[in-house]
Design a binder for this molecule. Structure first.
Ligand code: CA
Length: 235
């Protein structure tokens, strides 16, 4: 069965472009042009993923996202937020509200399709891979082994868990607090600066010899593994 995607966007040409391309990928697509309409629709049926515009008539994307996260049926629903260029603080707020990913307008369609695929994969735990691969970086969970550009990399246990956590959710920005909870566990008290120290060690280990740094520091937000660093296609 193909995945169902709801596009919530009030710019009709963009909605049509997204519908066309998502349907070409084999997804079932529904659309809503107003935030409040989408809210009503999402109470009736839950799709597999939502592409949600930030600025919408009726109800803003951010408010809709907040409502979806507050309801048990849609708490885990994968959400990609669309934001306008230059809204850095909005992006941070969008992620804080619970969007899984964001994409800045104007974006390329292949970029969005890649994010959709990644999110749907992430949302299906039965399809969780033993080997995580992003660009030239490879993490084998069975062998607990990391390889970059064909070369094995020695990591301490914390750096390994940190990398695994980031590679499981490429593109998603995590605050230091979220990384502490996810990697160290929420019952342990550790200073948030500890995260910076370990990210620094991880970077040093994986970026030897002028390799591109796959870890992004997002000012005021935290860290993210750049899911685009391995792709060379310019759009
Ligand atoms: Ca809009």
């Amino acid at each position: 069965m193909s995945a169902r995607i709801l596009i919530v966007e009030d710019e009709e040409p963009l909605t049509m472009l997204l519908r066309y391309n998502l349907e070409a990928e084999g997804y079932e697509v529904e659309t809503a042009a107003r935030g409040d309409d989408a809210d009503t629709r999402l109470k009736e049926a839950t799709p597999d993923l939502v592409v949600l515009d930030w600025m919408l008539p009726g109800l803003s994307g951010i408010e809709l996202c907040r409502r979806l996260r507050a309801r048990p049926e849609t708490r885990q629903l994968p959400i990609i937020m669309l934001t306008a260029r230059g809204e850095e603080s909005e992006k941070v707020r969008g992620l804080a509200t619970g969007a899984d990913d964001y994409i800045v307008k104007p974006f390329s369609v292949p970029e969005l399709l890649a994010r959709v695929r990644a999110l749907l994969r992430r949302a299906n735990p039965e399809r969780v891979a033993t080997v995580l691969t992003i660009g030239d970086l490879e993490l084998d969970r069975e062998k607990k082994r990391v390889v970059r550009n064909g070369r094995p990399i020695d990591l301490g246990p914390t750096e390994y868990r940190l990398l695994e956590f980031l590679m499981e959710r490429p593109g998603r920005v995590f605050s230091r607090e979220q990384l502490l909870d996810g990697v160290w566990g929420s019952d342990i008290y550790i200073d948030e600066r500890t995260v910076d120290v370990h990210v620094g060690r991880l970077r040093k280990a994986i970026n030897r010899g002028n390799l591109t740094d796959p870890i992004r520091t997002v000012r005021g937000a935290g860290y993210s593994l750049d899911d685009r660093f391995g792709r060379m296609t310019g759009t």
